[in-house]
Design a protein around this ligand. Structure first.
Ligand code: RRO
Length: 296
């Protein structure tokens, strides 16, 4: 996919377990085809004050606020993972096009196998999180990142837009090698006794089974709009969910929230389930089922 050859099409979703090297190594040992780091910025960042995470019906609402140790610090973790033979996707963000370019350069030099540009964080000020709500910015950020990146570049899109197909086409014009669809869906949780929002940031990003139909629709629309591989993300808990994504046009999947209940080995279980489905139905590989639901 996008020039990468992975042992299977599963990865952790950025932000989930991605803050330390040993946890990502455990994700790989749990069976993932590649691992994805927490989104890294140009400098270390604490993120928002707690509460930053709350369970809601069908998922989890988070407003972490991009806590991360900074790209320079994380380079050593990426190199350590590479020494262990783990394929690494480095997720990152910036507050301006110049910052995106700068961080992309650092992570490209780290030896990461791919970069995932996060233009879709719902939890920080507009200019830092949601450059990806706008076609022109998405194209400019992607082009700037591509200028300095040796490995393939995935662009991770937000579902919180009117027309995700148009944003995906902008990323393609900027030179993206793949599209990750999607980041979390913006929401609010309220405490009736305190009579106020629970998260200090007020709004947060919803993930988990509740968003699967929305994220699947996004994958469907993106895969129709662009001629690029799509990485599906949103509410995948088992292999059936993953196969739904493949059928809608994804070539790989990222699993995040489900690891909270399913544990690290969920990646291997999903990969095995996909393998079993392909075998049982006479398909020779993942690529043969990608987008099949569009033909129905
Ligand atoms: O750190 C976060 O608050 C966060 C990020 Br960067 C993101 O891309 N998506 C999300 O739900 N939370």
């Amino acid at each position: 996919m996008a020039g990468l050859r992975l042992r299977n099409p599963t990865m952790n979703a950025a932000g989930v377990l991605g803050i330390s090297m040993p946890l990502l190594k455990r994700v790989y040992e749990g069976g993932a085809g590649a691992v994805v780091t927490k989104s890294l910025g140009p400098v270390p960042r604490n993120g928002h004050l707690n509460p930053t995470l709350i369970s809601v019906e069908g998922g989890v609402l988070n407003a972490m606020g991009l806590p991360n140790p900074g790209a320079d610090y994380y380079v050593e973790a990426i190199r350590a993972l590479k020494r262990e033979g783990v394929p690494v996707v480095a997720s990152f963000f910036g507050a301006s096009i110049e910052e995106f370019r700068e961080v992309a350069g650092v992570l490209s030099d780290s030896g990461a196998d791919a970069l995932e540009v996060n233009v879709s964080c719902p939890n920080v000020e507009e200019e830092m999180g949601m450059l990806g709500a706008d076609c022109l910015n998405t194209e400019k950020v992607t082009a700037a990142v591509k200028e300095v990146s040796k490995p393939p570049v995935f662009v991770k899109l937000s579902p919180n837009v009117t027309d995700i197909a148009e944003i995906a086409r902008a990323a393609e014009r900027g030179g993206a090698d793949a599209i990750t669809a999607v980041n979390t869906l913006k929401g609010i949780a309220v405490d009736v006794d305190f009579r106020r929002p629970i998260l200090t940031n007020v709004t947060g990003g919803l993930s988990g089974p509740a968003i699967k139909p929305v994220a699947l629709r996004c994958v469907w629309e993106v895969s129709k709009a662009v001629d690029l591989p799509v990485i599906g993300c949103g509410g995948i808990s088992d292999w059936r969910d993953a196969v739904e994504y493949l059928l809608c046009g994804a070539s790989a999947v990222e699993v995040g929230t489900a690891v909270m209940d399913g544990g690290y080995d969920i990646y291997g279980k999903i990969a095995e389930g996909i393998r079993g489905y392909l075998e049982a139905n006479g398909f020779k590989g993942v690529q043969e089922v990608v987008g099949l639901a569009h033909e129905a």
